[in-house]
Each structure stands twice: as structure tokens, then as C-alpha cells.
Design a protein around this ligand. Structure first.
Ligand SMILES: *Cc1c(COP(=O)(O)O)cnc(C)c1O
Length: 358
């Protein structure tokens, strides 16, 4: 199949930066070398810096998509003696529920309705219920809601819970502070805010979580974090990683380091604000809850979302993010990560305007 170059307004894979395209234009080298090890150790230091991770945190570099990292994290951090609270406000929350069901980890679910904002009162009935951990997708990418980390952190602190945050679609888009909010596991993935190829996921564990993981016996060869933590001390992974993506990752982290992580987040936020301002004259609405800078979920007054998606893709080489399920008939998402400029958004908005007029 011939690859067609689209303009990507999608949350992952995202529109790649030129520096990444240059890195991809090399032969993927052999990796059991001291040079590769040095690079991986540097990568880990930069990741921890950008996540504001606690000192002495450990980073696992896993060759798997984000869902693989979600499953591996639950599997390594918890077992049948735990009791987890899962915040479930969309399909990514449901994924955590599914994982706990499959691995028979006791859990309860804090369900949110379609337009419901997570707030303090939701947690009241879960207080003093002997929970040991909480799982949350801090940006529920399905709806676009960005949950309030202060409220979640507060509940976990008062009740002594381990806090696991899937930050896959929020990292490098919204401010993140692992140490400040005592986050025990942070999950990120290569193809979202980092804007590089899919294939790698990184899990950062707090010292407290590392201890728990080391006590836990897991029934898995490939996903055993203990093996990853042992190997990464010498800058290596137990199995062949997505070597090419490791190079893209290191390069991207250096790019971000040169502008500062706050600078990168500000860039995403600026594109996001530009788009949200410009669409005010269009017949679309936004959901009522707090949103991440990563995407804008657009709701139309008619069920035209799939038709619009196909039109933009086939006629204009523009890719926006469709939405699965019921919401998907009348809703699309527009991402603000990647190598996109305001004039790219002008182009998209012009297309939206003329399509919505018809
Ligand atoms: C994209 C995403 C994932 C991972 O999905 P994969 O397709 O497995 O990479 C997980 N959680 C959230 C919140 C996401 O946005």
C-alpha cells in the first residue's frame, strides 16, 4: 500500500515533527551496546524530569501500546489482596475495569454519566472502605474530560491509597507533577504527546510502589517489572525494545528539554486556545466539563460526524479523530499536539465551516 501523507489532527499517531522524521531515516542499529545503554539512561532522566517524578523513582520502558502498559501496571502493582477504586467516565476507564476483571483484582467503580464532572462528593461514599489503590485516566480521551488531580490526590492521601495515573493523552499537554500529587505509577506512551511512532510505553514507579512491586509475585514472563528494573540499571531492557522508537524518544526529549517542558505545554495550550476561539462562530458545542489541552471534542447538532470524517479524509487529506460508540454519531475530536501551526487550524476551520453550511 502506498502511504498517503495526511495532515493529522489526531491524538496519536500525531503529526510528526521534522526532527523525528530525520531520526526515522536511519538504519535501526543493534542495541546491546554501551552507546545504546547510555542513551536509555539519559532518556529515563529526562522523562523523570518532565514528569516531576519523585527522586529514586524507577522507569520501565516497555515495548507495548498504552493498553499493554495499563495491563502490565495493574498486574505488577496489585493482586487479589488489593481493593481498587476505578474512575470510569468513558472507554479508557472501562479498559481498567476490564483488566481488573480478567486478572481477578477486587475493585469498585466510580461511574460518571456522559456529561458529569468529577467532583469531591463523588468520593464520599468510597471513604474509609479499605481501598488500597485508585486507577484513573487523568484525561479520559473518549469524552475529553480532564479530571481534577487535586481532588483525587486528596482522597488517596486521606485514605492511604496507591495512586495509578494513566497520563497517556495528558503528558506534555497539561501540567503534570508526580511528586507533588504523590503519584505512585505514571503511564505514558510514545504516540501521543511525544508525537513519535507507536510502540513504546513508559511507566514511572514511586519508591513506595517499587517496594510493593518487588514483594508481588506475578505470573508473566514478558511483563514482569522486576526484570525491567534490574536490566535498566545498566541501560538495557530484558527483551528487544522498539529500538527505532527509542531513538525517536531520546531525540524528542532533547528537543523538549531545549525549550523546557513548560514551554512545550504552553505551545500545545496556545494551539488549543486558538482553535477554541476560532470555532466560536461555528454551529458546534463543547462539553460542559473541564478539558485537556490535548484535544477539543466537537459536538454537532446533527448526526454528521462520520460523513464529515470521511469527507475530510478522502477529499481534503485531513484526518480528525472520530469517536467510537453512541457519542461518535454527532461528535469528533480535534487534537492540538504535533507539528501544527495556526494556519493549519485555519484550513481545518474553513473546511468545517463550509461543510456545516451545506
Ligand atoms: C491512547 C490511550 C491509551 C492507549 O491506547 P493504545 O491504543 O493501547 O495505545 C490509553 N489510555 C488513554 C487515556 C489513551 O488516550
Amino acid at each position: 500500500m502506498k502511504i498517503k501523507d495526511y495532515k493529522l489532527f489526531t491524538v496519536g499517531p500525531a503529526q510528526m515533527y521534522q526532527n523525528t522524521l530525520h531520526v526515522r531515516n536511519h538504519i535501526v542499529p543493534y542495541f546491546r551496546t554501551s552507546e545504546f545503554s547510555m542513551m536509555m539512561l539519559e532518556t529515563i532522566d529526562l522523562l523523570k524530569k518532565f514528569e516531576h517524578a519523585e527522586e529514586n523513582s524507577e522507569v520501565i520502558i516497555l515495548t507495548a501500546s498504552g493498553s499493554g502498559a495499563m495491563e502490565a501496571t495493574v498486574l505488577n502493582c496489585f493482586d487479589e489482596n488489593d481493593k481498587l477504586l476505578i474512575i470510569c467516565g468513558g472507554t479508557f476507564g472501562e479498559r481498567f475495569v476490564q483488566i481488573c476483571k480478567i486478572h481477578q483484582i477486587p475493585h469498585e467503580i466510580l461511574f460518571l454519566g456522559p456529561d458529569e464532572t468529577l467532583n469531591k462528593t463523588h468520593f464520599e461514599r468510597f471513604s474509609n472502605q479499605r481501598f488500597t489503590g485508585l486507577l484513573v485516566n487523568i484525561h479520559e480521551t473518549y469524552t475529553g474530560q480532564l479530571y481534577d488531580i487535586e481532588i483525587i490526590h486528596d482522597f488517596c492521601r486521606k485514605n492511604g491509597l496507591f495512586l495509578v495515573v494513566d497520563a497517556i493523552s495528558s503528558f506534555l499537554c497539561d501540567p503534570y507533577d508526580g511528586a507533588k500529587y504523590s503519584i505512585d505509577a505514571t503511564i505514558v506512551s510514545s504516540q501521543k504527546g511525544l508525537c513519535i511512532a507507536p510502540g513504546l510505553s513508559m511507566i514511572t514507579l514511586s519508591p513506595r510502589m517499587v517496594e510493593k512491586v518487588n514483594r508481588n509475585h506475578i505470573h508473566s514472563l514478558y511483563f514482569d517489572f522486576k526484570d525491567y528494573m534490574k536490566n535498566i540499571k545498566r541501560g538495557q531492557t530484558p527483551f528487544t525494545p522498539a529500538v527505532g522508537v527509542c531513538f525517536e524518544l531520546n531525540d524528542m526529549l532533547h528537543q523538549i528539554d531545549s525549550q523546557g517542558v513548560e514551554g512545550r505545554i504552553a505551545e500545545v495550550k496556545a494551539r488549543c486556545n486558538y482553535f477554541r476561539n476560532q470555532i466560536q462562530s461555528l454551529p458546534v458545542s463543547l462539553p460542559p466539563f473541564p478539558l485537556s489541552n490535548a484535544i477539543t471534542p466537537l459536538r454537532f447538532h446533527k448526526n454528521i460526524a462520520m460523513e464529515l470524517f470521511e469527507y475530510l479524509k478522502n477529499e481534503k487529506n485531513i484526518m480528525v479523530n472520530p469517536v467510537g460508540g453512541e457519542l461518535g454519531k454527532s461528535s469528533i475530536r480535534v487534537a492540538h499536539i504535533g507539528d501544527l501551526s495556526c494556519s493549519d487550524y485555519d484550513l481545518l476551520i474553513d473546511e468545517l465551516r463550509s461543510f456545516l453550511k451545506e
